[in-house]
Design a protein around this ligand. Structure first.
Ligand code: GLA
Length: 354
């Protein structure tokens, strides 16, 4: 019996080794996703690439507060629906992004009557209504949500929390409240706290503190989103691995939510546009080696990792071409702007079979 099964087993093992897409290569390990815009899912070439390679989509911008509720009570789902329809037609899971965030949230949210700031009650009620309206609409369709984004402070200080308007008015309790509202709207949804720079260093500790506060408040949180906007220089993969294990020890699922790998040091240490036409081969190799090391580590930790999502489809549409240095071309993803696979793509595929 065992012997008769062997050839089938070999065939399956061989098909992973020779997988010609990310989703096949990692199908036994974790979902592989990408953040998209409505333009991405309308463009034939990008559509093909997305369908072939990924089994999960995140909303790059169109579920952010400024798009979905630009004025009080005026909900706009048209753009998000384009992504939802594409995902449904292609059997992909969806991650919604995001509710409590200091950025891309319109001023009216924080304003009260007579030009005064919104009261605590008013702001909480707006948050509740926003979350519940959106999550009710997409119940059973969008299965995972980045409920709170980037709450950890970038600075050393007494509080681990960023001093945003949310925190000023509602205190750190706003985070637990957002999770409660989300859980009420869709008890089956996977609810994440999402942040950047928490893969290593002092922000890792701040995020751990925020998660411990959430646990104390008995917030219905399912997991942590590590944005993972990293560079080819930093942080070291063993540091990222340590962080993943620390988060998992809190009983949380780990989602890698916004992965890309800048070819520049730091975020804005180098302001010159060094590689305006293409990325030099030595850097492409360095990037490929590091992506390989990273994905091998993800596989070692697959029992903790539910999903790895890239932020944008190819180098030509990466947000890093505009941020933090406008019009500085970056080359952070697996496909170049002609949609040709880079050495990093082969490296990520090969990491799945070794
Ligand atoms: C952060 C946010 C995302 C997006 C990226 C840059 O990581 O979470 O929504 O704005 O920055 O595109």
């Amino acid at each position: 019996m065992t012997l008769r099964l062997l050839p089938l087993y070999c065939l399956v093992a061989a098909s992973f080794a020779n997988a010609n897409s990310l989703k096949e290569a990692y199908q036994k390990d974790f979902a592989v996703g990408v953040a998209v815009s409505p333009d991405d899912v309308a463009d034939p070439a990008r559509q093909e690439l997305i369908k072939k390679q990924f089994n999960s989509l995140s909303f790059e911008n169109v579920l952010k507060w400024e798009v979905v509720q630009p004025n009080e009570g005026e909900f706009n789902f048209e753009l998000a629906d384009k992504i939802v329809d594409f995902a449904k037609a292609n059997g992909m899971t969806l991650t919604g992004h995001t509710f409590v965030w200091h950025s891309q949230t319109p001023d009216w949210v924080f304003g009260g009557p007579d030009g005064k700031p919104a009261s605590r009650e008013l702001l909480l009620e707006r948050l509740r209504r926003h979350i519940q309206t959106i999550m009710t609409r997409y119940k059973g369709v969008i299965s995972t949500w980045d409920v709170a984004n980037e709450l950890a402070s970038d600075e050393d200080g007494k509080s681990p929390y960023r001093q945003s308007r949310w925190i000023e008015v509602l205190g750190s309790e706003v985070v637990a409240k957002a999770f409660e509202f989300a859980h009420e709207a869709d008890p089956a949804a996977t609810l994440l706290y999402n942040d950047y720079g928490i893969e290593a260093g002092p922000k890792h500790e701040r995020a751990m503190q925020i998660l411990k506060d959430l646990s104390k408040a008995k917030a219905p949180i399912s997991g942590i989103g590590l944005q993972s906007h990293i560079s080819i220089f930093y942080p070291p993969v063993p540091e990222i691995e340590k962080s993943i294990r620390n988060f998992a020890r809190l009983g949380l699922q780990v989602h890698i939510t916004e992965l890309d790998m800048s070819v520049y040091p730091g975020f804005d240490e180098e302001k010159r546009n060094l590689y305006p036409d293409s990325c030099p081969p030595n850097l492409l190799k360095q990037q490929a080696d590091r992506y390989r090391e990273l994905f091998r580590m993800f596989r070692r930790n697959k029992s903790h990792i539910a999903r790895v999502t890239f932020w944008n489809v190819h180098d030509g549409v990466s947000w890093l071409n505009q941020f933090p240095v406008p019009n500085r071309r970056n080359h952070p993803l697996l496909w170049n702007s002609d949609l040709q696979p880079k050495p990093a793509y082969e490296a990520v595929l090969s990491a799945a079979s070794k």
